[in-house]
Design a protein around this ligand. Structure first.
Ligand SMILES: [Zn+2]
Length: 286
């Protein structure tokens, strides 16, 4: 992303100070919930959560950007390239096998479980760039995986998709669809670089649908793949950002509330914020 000079953040310390000011502004002033939050603005307003690798990193899921973007001396972009994956078939499957098997050894964290609680409480749309199943295991019901699903395979010969759980795709394995049995066209059902991402149209529609009173919550994404920065700038709603550290791809002035800390730590503050802005439907029923 290219910064307009006027938009360029003036150093991390300023960003951090400003973020701290914002956070203190919310909590130290002891603001009471917005007027009428129990009777209005509850049913119609929605919460849109867009999550990324940072959310699952605390569970021990390795992010694509670890190790300087390299894996076994290969660039990640080459391991996950739609135009070359069949030429690098064994390498590609080895890479995803390792991730899939590892996924079976990790657990959802408090942030995954908190998101499930928000989903149960508010009118919520869950969008994630993560290919792991930790939101599902944390109790979330309806998640749109923008970049596919690690425990699922896809056969381009017959169109079949199926779950292989946390197992490796091995040499004897074939597409299980009746009459198919293909191997060379079987790929992890993860969106590769250069591959179309069908769920993106739902993402753009969701962003367009955001209106005053809604909340956009971005968690654990550096904005390297999705234009999080412009999404937030164009969203006419309350915008919350939670990342471990500032990212050069995101101008946090495009967010109303910024938390630079682990998601598992930020969730309590974000929860208070959501109660203030979206209200608590369960309260209004009593
Ligand atoms: Zn097949």
């Amino acid at each position: 992303m290219v910064w307009a000079s006027a938009d360029r953040p003036r150093g991390h310390s300023l960003l951090l100070n400003r973020a701290k000011t914002v956070v203190h502004g919310i909590f130290l002033k002891g603001e009471s919930p917005l007027p009428n939050s129990k009777s209005t603005n509850i049913i119609m307003s929605k919460l849109v959560i867009l999550s990324g690798a940072g959310l699952s990193a605390e569970s021990g899921v390795a992010t694509f950007r670890d190790n300087n973007g390299l894996w076994e001396k290969h660039r990640f972009e080459d391991v996950c390239n739609f135009h070359t994956w069949q030429q690098n078939y064994d390498l590609v499957h080895r890479f995803y096998n390792q991730r899939r098997v590892q996924l079976g050894t990790v657990e959802p964290n408090a942030a995954h479980r908190q998101i499930a609680q928000w989903e149960a409480t508010y009118k919520t749309v869950l969008l994630t760039q993560n290919v792991d199943d930790l939101l599902e295991r944390g109790g979330c019901k309806a998640i749109d995986h923008l970049h596919g699903f690690l425990t699922r395979m896809r056969c381009f010969a017959c169109g079949n998709r199926w779950s292989i759980g946390y197992t490796a795709w091995q040499e004897a394995d074939r597409c299980p669809a009746e009459g198919c049995g293909n191997r060379s066209n079987v790929k992890p059902d993860v969106v590769f670089f250069g591959e179309s991402a069908p769920v993106y149209s739902f993402l753009w529609d969701t962003m367009k649908s955001l209106e005053r009173g809604d909340v956009l919550l971005v968690i654990g994404t550096t904005g390297a793949v999705l234009p999080v920065d412009s999404m937030a700038r164009n969203a006419n709603c309350i915008r919350i950002l939670n990342n471990l550290t500032p990212s050069t791809e995101i101008n946090d002035r495009n967010f109303d509330y910024v938390f630079y800390e682990p998601a598992t730590k930020a969730i309590r503050k974000i929860d208070s914020l959501l109660k203030q802005t979206l209200g608590r439907p369960s309260d209004s029923a009593s």
